[in-house]
Write a protein that binds this ligand. Structure first.
Ligand code: PMP
Length: 291
């Protein structure tokens, strides 16, 4: 990835992709003082850009640092960079981290750096698997108690257990893993929220110790627009057997049907399929009727 072409926005400047480097004594690398975003552009427009930028700044605040750019400045940088990269459809990755001025757990004076990279990432899961529904393993690690980790921040440190869980699942031939939370309730996948369907009703875990994803909220709105009932509640793993459909939501994953979680299987049913299509339509820039 460090050999792609184009530019990276780095602390206010557009630098050639291959030159966007940091020092090995970066605090963000040693102590995970880093927060990031994942966004997608469709048809030349970044979907819900400002919501993502606001979450980036909030994630930094939760880790105790102020990102030294405004929402408008970061939005503007993302838009300009997308234009420079010349993509219509692309993935956008803003990241902010404590720099390398001081070493040690405490690094109050370290500069907060910000960078944005944009590349083409057509599908998070293999396209042929996505249509049939992907297979999930049960993760060994659990989402931490909000008193144990700042679970509302999209902080790099929280992804350690995600990478471990996803790698373990992939080694067994699964696409991803379903994580429980510290209480043993169903939480989410390693980079996406989870939904279930039973008797025509949609059920999804209450996001009280993991990200309330922007895609999650968009899909809940789309489901309600179709007249589906959506229930946000605590879901126990024992209930998985009784659900008929399952799907994941996330910026990268979009809406991805799930066909299996461990021993349980699900059909790619009407509700999941409708939401795959509704989301695909929703993310496209709207053309005025007169155009
Ligand atoms: N949970 C985790 C752990 C994630 O990494 C993501 C992707 N950002 C999500 C949920 C979904 O969030 P969003 O819909 O805002 O992309």
């Amino acid at each position: 990835f460090d050999q792609l072409d184009g530019h990276i926005w780095f602390n206010g400047e557009f630098v050639p992709w291959k030159d966007a480097k940091i020092h090995v004594l970066t605090h963000g690398l040693h102590y995970a003082s880093s927060v990031f975003e994942g966004e997608r552009a469709y048809g030349g427009r970044i979907f819900k850009l400002t919501e993502h930028t606001e979450r980036l700044i909030k994630s930094g605040e939760i880790l105790g640092f102020d990102i030294p750019y405004s929402v408008a400045e970061i939005d503007d940088a993302c838009i300009k960079l997308l234009e420079m990269q010349g993509f219509q459809d692309a993935y956008v990755r803003p990241i902010a981290w404590r720099g390398s001025e001081m070493m040690g757990v405490s690094a109050q004076a370290n500069r907060i750096n910000v960078a944005i990279a944009i590349w083409q990432w057509p599908s998070y899961f293999k396209p042929e698997e996505k249509l049939k529904g992907i297979r999930l393993d049960m993760a060994e690690y659990r989402r931490p108690d909000p008193r144990t980790a700042p679970s509302k921040s999209k902080a790099a440190g929280l992804y350690m257990i995600c990478t471990l869980s996803k790698h373990a699942a992939e080694k067994k031939g699964y696409a991803d893993a379903l994580m429980l939370d510290w209480r043993g309730q169903v939480a989410e996948a390693t980079g996406a929220n989870v939904f279930f369907v039973k008797d025509g009703v949609i059920h999804t875990p209450t996001p009280d110790c993991f990200l309330d994803g922007i895609t999650r909220r968009t899909v809940i709105d789309l489901a309600k627009r179709r007249g589906y009932e959506v229930v946000e509640r605590a879901i126990m793993p024992e209930e998985l057997e009784g659900f008929e459909q399952c799907f994941l939501t996330g910026t990268a994953a979009e809406v991805t049907p799930v066909s299996e979680i461990g021993p349980y299987s699900f059909t790619v049913g009407e509700i999941a399929t409708n939401l795959v299509n509704d989301y695909a339509a929703e993310v496209q820039p709207k053309r005025l009727a007169a155009e």
